[in-house]
Design a protein around this ligand. Structure first.
Ligand code: NAP
Length: 248
């Protein structure tokens, strides 16, 4: 049984779509006041309305996460709306693919800024406060591509491999102060962001024991486990939530 999150505030980046939206809804369902962020105000309002209609507490912050300053600004806005942040889900991410020879320098920089730099500075802003209060939980969203080499995914995979290492380093840095830092590693999951992959997503998933793509709600359930009290002795893990894709 997953423990309650009543009385806590959770910041979910990329809460306007896919895995982040499902996570925001799941954490709100467990009683957290969820602050969700994204760039698309329409999708943000829809997610907030969905949570409120179910009796949950949620707010949206429009944030184009593009550097340390925007990460710090989001943290400040979330604090204004929800008070001290107890839970951070670093979910916002981008996953452009393509041959190495054709990959533009600007796209390389954007992937590493969105997927690595912004989570780093969000943690820099929020984890010390959690540590000062002696409690908190952070979940980073990685991918199976961080461990498995896949053609066309060198940049994306490398960015998430960095996220996995940061997860362990932060577990070492903040764990002794009561802040648990973990990650999930989703397999192919049907979201707005992966819609363009079409059948390719099913082909990627077919090789795994589950033999199918995942749903955002299945990833959200694993994130909820890691932030809630049931995972109180779990620090620094990267939990595969991939239908067994990484196991075979
Ligand atoms: N779906 C999969 O198969 C899969 C598998 C493994 C890992 N993942 C990881 O899971 C996470 C979510 O993936 P998803 O499939 O749910 O993606 P998605 O549907 O494309 O959603 C991405 C979210 O990130 C936000 N975002 C992207 N760039 C942003 C920026 N510069 N500033 C602020 N927000 C930004 C988007 O918000 P706005 O559009 O509103 O700005 C959106 O809410 C990503 O980190 C991804 O790498 C996904």
């Amino acid at each position: 049984m997953t423990a309650e999150l009543s009385g806590s505030t959770a910041l979910v980046t990329g809460g306007t779509s896919g895995i982040g939206r499902a996570t925001a809804i799941t954490l709100a369902g467990l009683g957290a006041h969820v602050v969700l962020s994204g760039r698309d105000a329409g999708r943000g309002a829809e997610a907030v309305e969905t949570i409120r209609a179910a009796g949950g507490k949620a707010d949206f912050v429009a944030a184009d996460l593009k550097d340390a300053a925007s990460a710090r600004e989001l943290a400040a806005r979330a604090r204004e709306l929800g008070g001290p942040i107890d839970v951070l889900v670093n979910n916002a991410g981008i996953f452009p693919t393509g041959p190495t020879a054709d990959f533009a320098e600007a796209d390389f920089d954007t992937v590493f800024t969105t997927n690595v730099k912004v989570p780093f500075f969000l943690v820099a802003e929020l984890a010390p406060e959690m540590a000062a209060r002696g409690r908190g939980a952070i979940v980073n969203v990685s991918t199976i591509v961080a461990k498995n080499g896949m053609a066309g995914m060198a940049v994306y995979g490398a960015s998430k491999a960095a996220v996995e290492l940061m997860t362990k380093a932060w577990a070492a840095e903040f764990g002794p102060s009561g802040v648990r830092v973990n990650a999930v590693s989703p397999g192919p999951t049907r979201t707005e962001g992966t819609a363009a992959f079409g059948d390719g997503l099913d082909e990627l998933a077919a090789a795994g024991p589950a033999g199918r793509v995942g749903t955002p709600e299945e990833i959200a359930a694993a994130i909820a486990f890691l932030v809630a009290g049931d995972a109180s002795f779990v620090h620094g893990v990267v939990l595969p939530v991939d239908g067994g894709r990484a196991a075979v």
